[in-house]
Design a protein around this ligand. Sequence first.
Ligand code: ACO
Length: 319
Amino acid sequence: MNGRICGTGSYIPGRILTNDDIAQMVETNDAWIQERTGIARRHIISGDESTATMSAEASKKALEMSGIAPEEIDMIILSTASPNAVVPCVACQVQEMIGAKNAVCYDLNAACSGFLYAYCTAQAFIRSGIYKTILIIGAESLSNLVNWKDRSTCILFGDGAGAAVVQADPDAPFECVLHSDGSKGDALAKATPYTKGLPEEAYNMTMDGKEIFMFAVKRIPEVVRELMEKLPICAEDVDLFVLHQANARIVEAAVKKLKLPLEKFPMDMHEYGNTSSASIPILLDELNRAGRFKKGDKLVMIGFGGGLTWGAAYLEWQA
Ligand code: ACO
């Protein structure tokens, strides 16, 4: 028994920060950002919005689509690197906000691969027979983490949340490959204020942009090939690839290596920037609501990010 996605939802904050707005804060310009990243604007939390409130709104939409009541959820797994509180975990806050009183709740952090890790973890709980109905969420308030004085990183990120309901279904195929490499953790890092005695720069977000770029372009094709070896299909048979939305150039370079049509790799980072673990479920929900999936479509979700972490999962659309 595996799980099928039976509902998706997303929440995007209303406040928009364009590249021109960022150019008022650091020395950069719209043309540079668009050419290097494909990002034109990002949405940023304001007022009472937080990782938890965005998650709750995305979850309500996913539940509404699935027709599943909050009390039926057995578990909430929420992926974030930018929680609005350390304790209680954001998943518990969401439980309270949506009335999922029977759910077991916890957060996980695998940076930009987090939603993929949450999806695979949900599948493992379903396959083992422990739980039947699991709400998975990817949500980030990266505007709280970013160093707004550092032009090499602050241009990249945005806020948002996406959610999916995964429910046990005897006909749902599932396969995945996941990887981590802690030896490359310095490529994208930020210490918490609770870690004392580090050099000043460690408390700001640091990123080796070239290393991340090369890592992603190498690992995306690798992980697609690895996943295909576990399946009775080849990459050409896949209808759509739902990739983490870090940077359009990363997607284009990886697709070139895979020798697949770019149209199979939809992108939305021009509107939202890189929303880390929220990017896959936001894109999934956009595509779903735009009617881009039909029953039986073969999909591959691919995540890659800090840790380093990366992986891919195969599913067939059932909703
Ligand atoms: N505006 C204008 N100039 C800039 C900016 C900016 N925002 N940022 C850097 N520059 C300058 C640099 O200072 C440098 O100037 P110099 O030549 O005088 O020293 C020049 O532009 C080139 O800088 P590079 O870092 O070499 O630029 P590069 O072509 O590598 O592009 C980028 C930088 C966009 C970050 C690229 O490395 C990249 O896309 N890396 C991937 C990183 C990524 O996607 N991270 C997301 C988080 S991790 C994840 O999601 C997996």
